[in-house]
Structure formats: structure tokens, C-alpha cells
Ligand binder design. Sequence first.
Ligand SMILES: [Zn+2]
Length: 212
Amino acid sequence: MIPAPEALARLRDGNRRFVSNVRSHESLTSEARRTAVAAGQEPFAIILGCSDSRVPAEIVFDQGLGDLFVIRVAGNIVAPSQIGSVEFAADRYGTRLVVVLGHSQCGAVLATIDELKRPTVNQSRNLHSIVDRVRPAVEPLLRREMQYEPEALLRHAVRANVCISAGHLRHGSDILEHLIKKDGLIVVGAEYSVETGLVDFFDGVPDGRSNP
Ligand SMILES: [Zn+2]
């Protein structure tokens, strides 16, 4: 089992490689690697990220086959099936780091802002279920001056949405709560910049540093 702080260091190193264009893709996706993980997996981190095509977790953290247990859903929201997936990986594979990975320019967060400002009639019930889960991150911001500054509003809403998802994972499951209290599981919140490629770990980081 890889302790959470070490797992976090690996992700930071990987993101540094990605940003500086030094990738290890060849070895990480090689036939040898495939053969090695065919018998079993021990992913060192669980990533709950957005489905956005610009934020594939394995690429932005420069990781390969068998390294990450990835759950992707628009707006990196936490519904019961996401909690179940995290419980499954933490319990079955002993993974001790969970990262909620939001990102700049998130379309799901933007759609929620638009919906709250100008509600649409007959919005798809399924899409509504996503907007509904992002809503608590956006609503308080719409009561502030920020509501008139679209860019600042989106930036703050993305981060608030990450914090809310991370909070749900920390407190919405007896299994995860137990692992956090007794077994070194940590849940951190992070934001990926689609502009720079950098990941900023800003919520729940054990050593308190948001960036190295
Ligand atoms: Zn997104």
C-alpha cells in the first residue's frame, strides 16, 4: 500500500513532467507494463475528475496502466455511484489518496451558472441532476457582487464545487470516514488549469502547501 503523502508526491512529480513536456508515456503504456498489471492492480490514487476532454487524468499526471483509479463525470460531482466507486477502490485495492480534480473553464459549472441566472424550461431531467449537484457551489456566489464578473464567478465556482465534492466524500460515507480516521486515507481537492497544464492542490492537503 502506498501512503497518501507519497501518492500525492507522485502526482505532483507527474504533473511537473507533463507541464515541462517530459513524458514517460512510452514506458507507462508499454506491453511490458500491460503484462505486469494483467494479474492485478494496485492503483496508488483515486481521481474523481470532470469528463471534459481536456482533462484526462492519466495524461495530466503522466501516469500509465494500473496507476490511477479514475472516475469521470461532468462537473466532478459526487452522487451515490461516485461514492461507491471510491469506496470500492479504497477498500479493494488499498488506495489511500483520493483527489477531486476540477478545472478552469468547466462547462458543467458554467452551465449551472447559466441555468441559475436564466432557468430553461424543459431541461433534460438527467442533465438537471448534474446542475442540481453543482448548484450549492454557485448559489452563494450569485448573492455577491461577483455575480456581475463572469470570469471571477466561474473561477470561484469551480473551486467551491471541488470543495463541496471533497466534503461529500469525506463525510458522506461511513466506510470512507472510517478509513480517514483509522487508516490514513486522505481526500484532497485540486484544480487543473486548461491554460497552463498545472494542477493546484488547494484543499485538504496534509502539509498545508497548496503547491510545491
Ligand atoms: Zn468540467
